[in-house]
Design a binder for this molecule. Structure first.
Ligand SMILES: [Zn+2]
Ligand SMILES: [Zn+2]
Length: 171
């Protein structure tokens, strides 16, 4: 994106991007972006050599339900702040909420794609559920328990209670 005019801390530059649909592999999980995703950024000089960039991303992601493996959707959106700095990240006190990005020098434009990608990664859920109370699959027969119960015996005992039961029988 284009940088605001040098030495002008009032000027703020906005850019936005629409990314095509695609697929992302993250942390061993596959996420699909069926409608692509949208990113916006605004840039403003804090001082010479210190550029504040806010990145907002939003998207719909599709993945596998962590419990029953059915397709599941989730809306993600959020905003992250970055501080691009050409004079060492140790001078960034007072900007704790911003992630520092060291650059060797500022030209006329700046590449914020790595930070947009990072923002998406940060917002991805550790797991997607098809619904909050998904019952998952039966560990014995593999039936999707959202569609009804199976005839397997329920051995669903809390391991702590199990320990207690063993303890009693030993007496
Ligand atoms: Zn599920
Ligand atoms: Zn079963």
């Amino acid at each position: 994106m284009t940088l605001p005019p040098k030495n002008d801390t009032e000027a703020e530059i906005f850019s936005e991007w629409d990314f095509p649909d695609g697929l992302l592999n993250f942390d061993g999980q596959e996420f699909i972006f069926p409608k692509g995703f949208h990113a916006q950024a605004s840039a403003r000089w804090v001082e010479d050599g210190l550029l504040l960039v806010n990145i907002a991303v939003s998207s719909e992601v599709e993945g596998e339900c962590a419990r029953c493996l059915a397709p599941a959707n989730l809306e993600i959106s959020g905003e992250l702040g970055y501080l691009y700095c050409s004079h060492g990240a140790e001078e960034l006190e007072g900007f704790d909420d911003f992630m520092p990005v060291e650059v060797s020098h500022f030209g006329r434009v700046i590449d914020v794609m790595p930070q947009i990608r990072e923002s998406i990664y940060t917002l991805l859920p550790t797991k997607i559920l098809c619904r909050e109370d998904c019952k998952g699959l039966c560990p014995v027969c593999g039936k999707n328990l959202n569609e009804g119960s199976c005839s397997c015996e329920s051995d669903d005992i809390d391991p702590r209670l199990e320990a207690l039961r063993n303890f009693k029988s030993e007496q």
